[in-house]
Structures are given as structure tokens and as C-alpha cells.
Design a protein around this ligand. Structure first.
Ligand code: ADE
Length: 247
């Protein structure tokens, strides 16, 4: 997977991506990053890439031409049309399913805006996927693109080590993940649930599934609408929902 990021702050993208698991995956050649500075494609001698908005209003707008020239350069390097993700609070809200869909691509271009946005004409020309990472407004698209790249990267085969797995985790089937415990078995008088020490795999699986249902009903009841639950699990979820309502 190769990420191409069009940004005014390439060092922010590089620093964010070079650490931890994504950094290691880059060393192994499983992931590649090309952070491209839009300012390098400015069309005036002051290297300015923004100007006042037509019609007035606060803030500055990123101009169309530098963004387009930057896009053309990136596209030429790739050699074909690829999806262009524009990070904006106006986009479709990112989720695990979208991460899976993007992880199937070989190359992805991310376009990070700043100031009050980017001239609409160039967005119409190049953007295939406007995406938001949630209903709040950030100062630019760099953090959202790092969030998306992280979520996509861990789905690329080999990026997570053998001892880590992307199956059975939160959202895999519209349920949150069960709670995890490690040594010691007793910590500040709090004990690890006994079943986890039993070595009985079927019981452990059943307990974890039940915990997933309970946790989802408590913390993210909205997810229950799409979760595939047995009749018994549905009853359990309803019970939790009713008791949460009493609090
Ligand atoms: N740019 C500013 N806020 C954003 C958000 N919530 N998601 C994606 N891009 C953004």
C-alpha cells in the first residue's frame, strides 16, 4: 500500500507515520509514504497558496492551481487514476467498513486542506471521496489523514505481527471488543475473571462474547441495530439497556 499525501505540512505526516507499527511496516516495505508539499507547486514568487474568499467572510481559501499542479505531479508518479480522499468535516463519516474498502487499494491520495477550505473548483475536478473523521472541526486535514492511514494500514496483510490479529476486534461484527486482562491475576485486590484462568477455551469464548454484548449495550447501544445476535443475546442486551435507563 502506498499513501500519497498532499499537504502544507509534510513533516507532520512523516513524523506521525514513521513511529510505532506503521513505521516498522514501512521499514519492511509493506507500506510506503510520499508526503508532498502543496507549497512546492505555488504559482507566484512569494510561494503563497491561499487568498481571500470571493463574497467575503473570515479566513483564507487554498487556491485551486497549486493543488491541481500538485495532484498532477502525484498522479504522474503513480501512472494511473487513483482515489483521492479529501479530509473535510463535510464528508462521509469514516468507519471500519470504509477502512476495509480503502485497504484493498494499491495507492491512495489524501488531500489535506487548511484555512477555511479549498477552492471548490479543484475539489470538483480531483476528489473522489470526501471523508470526515467525526462531527467536530479540526484545524486541518493532517491529523484526520493520519487517523485514516493508521486504520487502513493495520488491515494491510503483514502489518500486524502474527501475534496480533485484526479479527475478533471491535466493530468486526458491530460489537465492541471484550475486556482484556494480563498478569498479575490479582491487582490491588481486583481479580481477573475466573473463567479466563480456567483454560477451558469454549467457556472463555462464550464469556467473551457475552461481555461484548454487555459492553456494546452499555457504551454503544446504537451498534446493536446491525449486530447479529442470538435470541438469548438479544434478551441480555435488552436487559442491560433497561437497567442503563434506570441510572
Ligand atoms: N478537517 C477539519 N475537521 C475535519 C474532520 N472532522 N474530519 C476530516 N477532516 C477535517
Amino acid at each position: 500500500m502506498k499513501f500519497h499525501v498532499m499537504t502544507l505540512f509534510p513533516e507532520m505526516i512523516e513524523q506521525g507515520f514513521h513511529s510505532s507499527i506503521t513505521g516498522r511496516a514501512m521499514e519492511k516495505g509493506l507500506l510506503q509514504l510520499d508526503a508532498v508539499n502543496i507549497r512546492d507547486y505555488a504559482v507566484n514568487k512569494h510561494m503563497r497558496v491561499d487568498d481571500y474568499p470571493y463574497g467575503g467572510g473570515a479566513g483564507m481559501v487554498m487556491q485551486a492551481e497549486p493543488v491541481y499542479r500538485c495532484y498532477e505531479a502525484v498522479k504522474e508518479k503513480i501512472g494511473r487514476d487513483v482515489r483521492v480522499i479529501y479530509l473535510t468535516p463535510q464528508g462521509r463519516v469514516f468507519n471500519q467498513k470504509m477502512a476495509e474498502e480503502f485497504a484493498a487499494e494499491e495507492d491512495l491520495i489524501f488531500l489535506c486542506g487548511h484555512y477555511e477550505g479549498i477552492d471548490e473548483r479543484v475539489l470538483e475536478e480531483i476528489v473522489t471521496d470526501p471523508v470526515s473523521i467525526g462531527d467536530y472541526v479540526l484545524t486541518g486535514g493532517e491529523l484526520p489523514s493520519l487517523v485514516m492511514m493508521d486504520a487502513i494500514s493495520r488491515l494491510v496483510p503483514g502489518v500486524l505481527g502474527n501475534d496480533m490479529s485484526a479479527v475478533g476486534e471491535s466493530f468486526a461484527d458491530s460489537l465492541l471488543e471484550y475486556p482484556q486482562y494480563s498478569r498479575p491475576a490479582v491487582w490491588r485486590e481486583k481479580e481477573v475473571p475466573e473463567v479466563l484462568l480456567s483454560g477451558h477455551h469454549a467457556n472463555v469464548d462464550a464469556w467473551r462474547r457475552e461481555q461484548s454484548v454487555i459492553r456494546t449495550a452499555k457504551w454503544r447501544p446504537d451498534l446493536l441495530e446491525t449486530a447479529q445476535l442470538t435470541k438469548k443475546e438479544r434478551i441480555l442486551a435488552e436487559k442491560i439497556l433497561a437497567s442503563e435507563g434506570e441510572l
